[in-house]
Design a protein around this ligand. Structure first.
Ligand code: MN
Length: 191
């Protein structure tokens, strides 16, 4: 199952060279998770990944997530990643796909909030239809977020709720990995 869904992921990478995980971990009884990885590739960006149907649905977010509901952040859908990628942190070697340092900027469980006429719409279906909302329970990102597909890509926004915070740039105030405590620069060797 993972084999087909992850074909694009596997095709782009040489697992003899890159330290990224080759296979997905087994699905167990656990809450669905999200992860945001800061990725210092050719252009520094943040990758938002949501566990859906046994893989991580993934978007590259050039400007990163924001806690300010007024910010509309472009999110470019990229290939599904294996679940094991959620804890990947390290340096993808020069010459490999996505070469550069990666940290787990935030992670935690999430809850699907998408509904229509009072009925929950499964997240896979919601994403197919082009609009999904979900409650993130990370260490940094908390509260409702929404993804909406537009002609130019997806837009990620913070929903208006008690946890929204227009007053500070969370990318600047909390730059460190929630796994190792390191910045992306420290992971890459401090260059
Ligand atoms: Mn990336």
């Amino acid at each position: 199952m993972d084999g087909d869904r992850l074909a694009a992921y596997h095709e782009k990478r040489d697992f003899d060279i890159t330290p990224e995980p080759a296979a997905g971990s087994k699905e167990g009884a656990h809450r669905q998770i999200f992860v945001v990885q800061e990725h210092d590739a050719r252009n520094l960006h943040y990758d938002l990944r949501l566990e859906v149907g046994g893989v991580l649905k993934s978007w590259a977010v050039p400007k990163g997530p924001s806690m300010n509901p007024k910010d509309k952040r472009l999110a470019i859908e990229v290939e599904d990643h294996p679940l094991a990628y959620a804890s990947f942190e390290g340096v993808i070697p020069e010459g490999e796909y996505g070469a550069g340092a990666v940290i787990v900027w935030d992670t935690g469980p999430y809850r699907n909030l998408t509904e229509k006429d009072g009925r929950e719409i499964p997240l896979a279906e919601a994403l197919q239809k082009g609009h999904a909302s979900f409650q993130l329970e990370g260490e940094k990102l908390k509260g409702g977020f929404a993804l909406t597909r537009t002609g130019r890509g997806w837009i990620l926004i913070k929903m208006k709720d008690d946890l929204a915070d227009a007053g500070r740039d969370i990318l600047q105030t909390e730059p460190r990995s929630v796994l190792s405590g390191k910045t992306v620069r420290e992971i890459s060797g401090g260059k």
